[in-house]
Design a protein around this ligand. Sequence first.
Ligand code: SAH
Length: 242
Amino acid sequence: MKLYAVGIGPGDAEYLAPRAREVILDCDCIVGYSGYMKLMGELASGKELIATGMTGENERCKTAIQEALSGKKVCVVSSGDAGIYGMATLLYELAEAHPSLEVEVVPGITAAISAAAILGSPLANDFAVISLSDLLTPWEVIEKRLDLCNMADMAICIYNPSSKKRSDYLMKACQIALRHKPGGTKCGYVRNALRGEDSQALVLTLEELSSAQVDMFTTVIIGNSATRVIGGKLVTARGYRI
Ligand code: SAH
């Protein structure tokens, strides 16, 4: 028996992997956050849809497992990639109690990759991905990771940069970055990357980023010492001599 954790990419149908499309089309039942169900449009038509709210991850995965054990072909969808701040791990953990159930992860284009492509090529050398959400990770741990990755001059891609309860977290993250990187460091953010007309992108300095207002649909990239702006695009040099 198999249960799929499918990453549907950023949103636009063109960026959904062929394998993900195939698995979704083959399933009887799609389980996911209600917001992502809308992104799937036609693909989901005729399927049994089980949508839950943003914080219903446990409930969502348990439901998916029950449905799969009842003999249905089930996939749990995550935006971007299912293994990156997605549902794949929780599915493995909960399915551990059901040895007859195999979990397969179908990869998708994660927000870091979508945002980087829109901004230019800012993740060309070593980079870190850090989520500012402290729902599951204590802020002290997030702060330490931000501190050390900035100290190591890595480009940093920030997920979950803000929410209603955490409106000053991006500012705090920038203040940590400013301990090690100059205020003129080139940065950028993308809201609703590759999600139709709605997409917005901006290139700015670290100083400017520290007072920018972004929301939870945004991915932020803080460059490193080799990041510069070429023709309005954010580009991190790899070091080739040209
Ligand atoms: N599994 C997802 C990440 C979920 S965490 C993935 O691999 O992309 C949710 C965070 O992802 C958001 O707060 C935002 O920072 C980022 N994100 C997801 N989709 C995005 C998009 N289309 N544009 C910009 N950021 C996005």
